[in-house]
Write a protein that binds this ligand. Structure first.
Ligand SMILES: *Cc1c(COP(=O)(O)O)cnc(C)c1O
Length: 402
């Protein structure tokens, strides 16, 4: 698919940020479309004019749409979705609600986000469970056959990151989910980087719990994350703390609310929640399949082009790869490259080992330059990136940037 086969002009007209910057930090936070910006700012203005509770009453259906939209996007039921103020909160709440016991085995992918990894360490150490790393093949993807061999009745949970923060690889989460289900093991998928970029269908993934992020490829507001909880499982999960929305009161006693709602608090940023619903509808309007096709194509072309620049190494692993491209440079530190690109009006990001502690440490990587594309990026923008990298990387390594 070339730029001409995709309505790039419309995508860019509807994205105010592209007129100011070449944004290749979509894995951090994508540029919001104008409709999302308008929805959020309109609601904030209404809150200021009529009162925040009163504004929420008027906007109830727009606020509710966030749950409905996410359910549509993930192919689940509205009651299976909880919205929280970050993906880390959603993931941590899910983990802490699983009744882990001493001696249980917990298996986690080596590309697990640093925050997930420390939460796993914290919880498994506290209860005396064992934290182990999932086996991977020589491309860095979870090796599902080897995982099968390692399962026994002590394995309680498999935590897997669909797409890591620092690398283009896509883990085979559907095969892992089916294997876990067949063995009665819980599966928790971190889909922060995949939701909005590629199809994420919880029925196909067959996972029990899945976490996503609003601000990344969904192009929603900051401070939004969500949790999918499989309906039949929800009643077995006990959140460590409760909010008023998570319980049902009756004459002095309480019951945990059914479904995913038990994970929610009463208070929320209504403007962000409305913006999240609008962002999901906007993503559905473009079509996740179409988005995925274009993102993959842009990233593949970029990998090919940067690989030809002297001194640049493409570090991405995996057989199937997504819109994130990880780079290192001979004789140049990624933070210096990022700063130079920033001066040229190009946004990228530097991933440090806390992006995925186990994997980056094992590969002895101190830092990577992360370039992440979205469907609204143009070929011309990627060509600009390449020519900037060429001017930085070519020549004697003793350049001033070192
Ligand atoms: C961004 C990210 C998170 C954390 O999301 P927050 O909303 O910042 O808490 C977790 N996992 C992955 C893979 C991420 O990319």
């Amino acid at each position: 698919m070339l730029d001409s086969d995709f309505d790039l002009a419309r995508a860019r007209v509807e994205t105010p940020g592209v007129h100011h910057v070449v944004h290749l930090n979509n894995a951090g936070a994508s540029l919001a479309p104008q409709v999302v910006v308008d929805a959020v700012t309109d609601h904030l203005r209404t809150e200021a004019l009529v009162g925040a509770y009163e504004a929420a009453e008027r906007a109830q259906s727009a606020i509710d749409r966030a749950h409905g939209g996410i359910a549509e996007l993930l192919n689940c039921r509205t009651e299976e979705v909880a919205i929280l103020d970050s993906a880390s909160r959603a993931w941590g709440m899910a983990l802490a609600s699983i009744p882990l016991m001493a001696g249980d085995r917990v298996l986690a992918s080596p590309v697990e986000y640093g925050g997930n990894h420390v939460s796993l360490l914290h919880l498994t150490q506290r209860v005396g469970a064992l934290l182990e790393t999932l086996p991977v093949d020589n491309t860095g993807m979870v090796d599902v056959d080897e995982l099968h061999n390692q399962l026994d009745e002590r394995v309680r949970l498999i935590a897997v990151t669909h797409v890591p923060m620092h690398d283009g690889l896509v883990n085979p989460v559907a095969r892992i989910g089916r294997l876990a289900r067949a063995h009665g093991v819980l599966s928790l998928v971190d889909a922060c980087q995949s939701v909005g970029q590629m199809p994420v269908n919880v029925r196909e993934l067959d996972c029990d719990l899945l976490v996503g992020c609003g601000r990344k490829f969904l192009r929603g507001p900051r401070g939004t994350g969500f949790l999918y909880v499989r309906q039949e499982l929800a009643h077995e999960l006990t959140p460590p703390i409760l909010g008023l929305d998570g319980v049902e009161w009756s004459s002095g006693t309480y019951r945990l609310a059914p479904g995913a709602r038990r994970f929610e608090t009463w208070e929320s940023n209504c403007a962000s929640r409305i913006g999240l619903g609008v962002a999901v509808d906007y993503a559905l309007g473009w079509g996740v399949d179409r988005t995925w096709q274009r993102v993959r194509q842009l990233a593949e072309g970029l990998r090919r082009n940067v690989a030809g620049i002297p001194g640049v190494t493409v570090e991405d692993r995996g057989r199937e790869r997504c819109g994130t491209v990880a780079l290192t440079f001979e004789g140049l530190r990624p933070d210096r490259v990022r700063a130079a690109l920033g001066r040229a009006g190009i946004n990228t990001w530097v991933c440090l080992p806390n992006a995925a502690c186990v994997d980056m440490q094992a590969r002895r990587l101190d830092s990577l330059l992360r370039v992440s594309v979205h469907y609204y990026n143009s070929q011309e923008e990627l060509d600009r990136l390449c020519s900037e990298l060429e001017s930085l990387a070519v020549g004697p390594p003793a350049k001033v940037l070192v």
